[in-house]
Design a protein around this ligand. Sequence first.
Ligand SMILES: CC(C)(COP(=O)(O)OP(=O)(O)OC[C@H]1O[C@@H](n2cnc3c(N)ncnc32)[C@H](O)[C@@H]1OP(=O)(O)O)[C@@H](O)C(=O)NCCC(=O)NCCS
Length: 177
Amino acid sequence: MPIDFKNLDFSLLAQDSDVSSFRCSEYFDLEDFIKSNAKRYQEDRIAITYLVHYENHLIGFFSLAMGCITAASVKDMNRNVHYDEKKYPALLLARKATHEDYRRMGIGSHMLKYVFATVFRLCPFVGCRFIKVNAIKNDGTLNFYKTYGGFREITESADTVEMVVDLNEVDVPDRSF
Ligand SMILES: CC(C)(COP(=O)(O)OP(=O)(O)OC[C@H]1O[C@@H](n2cnc3c(N)ncnc32)[C@H](O)[C@@H]1OP(=O)(O)O)[C@@H](O)C(=O)NCCC(=O)NCCS
């Protein structure tokens, strides 16, 4: 079933949002987050969650928060970032998942476009040079962020890879959501 992207509906999580249908069984912590913790995180201003509906089905979500990256981790990445700072501001893409029945249909890349549109709306008001994600360490996810977001791998831990994209190296999106 091809998705008509014009009919994707992005909205902010609300206290009365019904998220019970969301499935991400192979990374259950993401399913558990949206069902058990996202509303509390939002209320406490730890992370703001965006829901993506298609034909009234919840097919994806992502969460955003303030973040930062160490200057050392990007020093070889872009010669234009040379300030006497130990850290640089980065929007943290804290969590993101597509419902398991809707993968490889372009939903994830559309969510990423929305994240870019959001950060570029924020940039005139708050310093923010990078987007950062602690990506789950699997080839599909890493490939997704590299190909569709221009993210680069910075550091690696047991289960995740810290990836960043420099906002001065990407085009400002023309599509507004
Ligand atoms: C990563 C994730 C969000 C991608 O969502 P999606 O809706 O499937 O993404 P898209 O359909 O827009 O995929 C775009 C492209 O990314 C790449 N990609 C996505 N998933 C992939 C996979 N499992 N293996 C290889 N490449 C993959 C492909 O190039 C794909 O294009 P194609 O289908 O034309 O080949 C989704 O797989 C997911 O929720 N995974 C589990 C949770 C997770 O890893 N979340 C990220 C947390 S950091």
